[in-house]
Design a protein around this ligand. Sequence first.
Ligand SMILES: C[S@@+](CC[C@H](N)C(=O)[O-])C[C@H]1O[C@@H](n2cnc3c(N)ncnc32)[C@H](O)[C@@H]1O
Length: 202
Amino acid sequence: MLFHNELIDGLVRGRLVSHARGSILELNVGTGANFPHYPSSVSVTGTDLSHRMIAAAKKEAERCGIQAEFVRASVENLNFPAAHFDTVLSTLSLCGYEDPVMVLRRMRDWCKPDGVVLLMEHGLSRYLPVRAAQLALNDLHYRHIGCYLDRDLGQLLVASRLAVTRIDFSPLGITQLIWATPDPRPLGLSSKRSANAGPPIL
Ligand SMILES: C[S@@+](CC[C@H](N)C(=O)[O-])C[C@H]1O[C@@H](n2cnc3c(N)ncnc32)[C@H](O)[C@@H]1O
């Protein structure tokens, strides 16, 4: 089971994270599970709330030969110049925030206009039976795991004014790999669908 999880997780992450380039901001870096998938030429600024996670991520960066520096802070308290990073990346984190749009807007602001925002997140499925199960389990899941199952990623991205260029869905439509750019269009136009759905992720 562990092998299965690692294999699937590795394949899915690699598919997204290998598209990162240049100077990278990775929010909520955790243990550095994305580091094995970065191209070798990148430089990463990893952030997380937890000392223990940062310590583990540092080790993983060294193991993978990735140039990295770390900031220990809550995402709400981070401060970077606007339009600073070539890639802004977050995986498996949006589900925990009380205000995910605020975080996505900050990600958009920190990304260069010609940069890319990369997300691997779980959200409400487009398949109605799966969606119904997610909604039914949401409160229980949040109470026990601290993670919301009912995030509508499409709506969050529109509200954050990120222009989606590609989305790959898992077979049940829950996990989504998202490629987006800071949306330069005036408010209102950004709600038009810009995503090209890619192939399913596995
Ligand atoms: C589910 S883990 C995901 C870790 C990693 N991104 C991955 O894909 O494996 C969530 C991470 O977010 C961090 N975290 C949770 N809330 C945070 C916050 N408000 N600000 C900064 N880090 C936070 C936790 O310490 C943890 O490392």
